[in-house]
Design a protein around this ligand. Structure first.
Ligand SMILES: C[S@@+](CC[C@H](N)C(=O)[O-])C[C@H]1O[C@@H](n2cnc3c(N)ncnc32)[C@H](O)[C@@H]1O
Ligand code: SF4
Ligand code: SF4
Length: 256
């Protein structure tokens, strides 16, 4: 029996996007324009999965994201490859829902779960999708859910009037269970340490990885990562471009 790693693991396959969210945890880290993830080709994805196979590890959920994963030109090949590996129970993808071309929709139908992040642009994308033929088709194949992202975390900054400590940050943080990140060389317990390139584990041996994932000891970065961090209203770093891409995305949905 393989060693099951509970929780959700993020695989970042692209470092570009059709939106410019201010403070995106990987494309505008700490709001200084820092891009902290990389583009992975199919060969890179294979290297990540080969680590799991070599150490006989099985994930509860593998999540594909980025950047905007539907912009990856080889998404279909990556999904087909991942599905052939049998290294996880559920395959999910997180998208901003603005690139639903027929080809992409066919790929997305192969997944177990699709999460659509909805940003406060001109109209509610979730409502538009739910009223569409595209949604009828998609949701008959894959479990679709919506994350309405009206507020964005300002990582590293405290909210007013909340007590913080390393232990409290760790205990309150959802990231350690739902946003573990796997790369060719390392595993991280959260997107923040992935962006910082801190507190990581190597793929050297099975027990070390199992202990790292099951550990309930705060990471060293939790000492300077107040959780919950300050929340700011979602904003675009480039509203004209994002509005144009929003309209293009809506047209794809309505004309599906
Ligand atoms: C990095 S995005 C990648 C997938 C896709 N582009 C999207 O937006 O859904 C994954 C998730 O992280 C969330 N996210 C990114 N930066 C964030 C921040 N600073 N605070 C809160 N959520 C954030 C996004 O809203 C999205 O739900
Ligand atoms: S849509 Fe997703 S990847 Fe793109 S900038 Fe916004 S949060 Fe980041
Ligand atoms: S460093 Fe700690 S508190 Fe910050 S996101 Fe990671 S697990 Fe959460």
């Amino acid at each position: 029996m393989p060693n099951v790693l509970p929780g959700s693991f993020d695989l970042h396959i692209i470092d570009t996007c059709n939106l410019n969210c201010k403070g995106c945890v990987v494309l505008d880290y700490l709001q200084d324009g820092r891009i902290t993830n990389s583009r992975y080709e199919l060969s890179d994805v294979k290297e990540v999965i080969e680590n799991l196979t070599r150490l006989d590890l099985h994930l509860e959920e593998l999540k594909i994201l980025g950047g905007e994963p539907t912009l990856h030109t080889n998404l279909d090949e990556i999904v087909d490859y991942l599905l052939s590996t049998n290294r996880f129970d559920f395959l999910s993808l997180v998208t901003n829902g603005l690139n639903f071309t027929p080809k992409i929709v066919n790929t997305l139908k192969k997944l177990d779960r699709l999460v659509i992040s909805v940003y406060p642009l001109e109209e509610d994308l979730g409502d538009i999708i739910q009223a569409s033929d595209l949604y009828k088709d998609l949701s008959s194949h894959v479990d679709v859910s919506f994350w309405r992202q009206n507020g964005f975390h300002l990582w590293g900054e405290e909210e007013d009037n909340i007590p913080y400590s390393t232990k409290l940050n760790w205990e309150r943080c959802y990231q350690k269970d739902t946003c573990r990140v796997i790369t060719k060389k390392h595993l991280y317990r959260c997107t923040t340490t992935y962006s910082e390139k801190k507190d990581m584990c190597t793929w050297d041996n099975t027990q070390q990885v199992v202990d790292f994932i099951n550990s309930d000891i705060p990471l060293s970065h939790c000492a300077v990562c107040p959780f919950p961090p300050k929340l700011q209203k979602w904003e675009s770093n480039n509203l004209p471009i994002d509005t144009k891409n929003f309209h293009r995305g809506i047209n794809l949905i309505k004309n599906y």
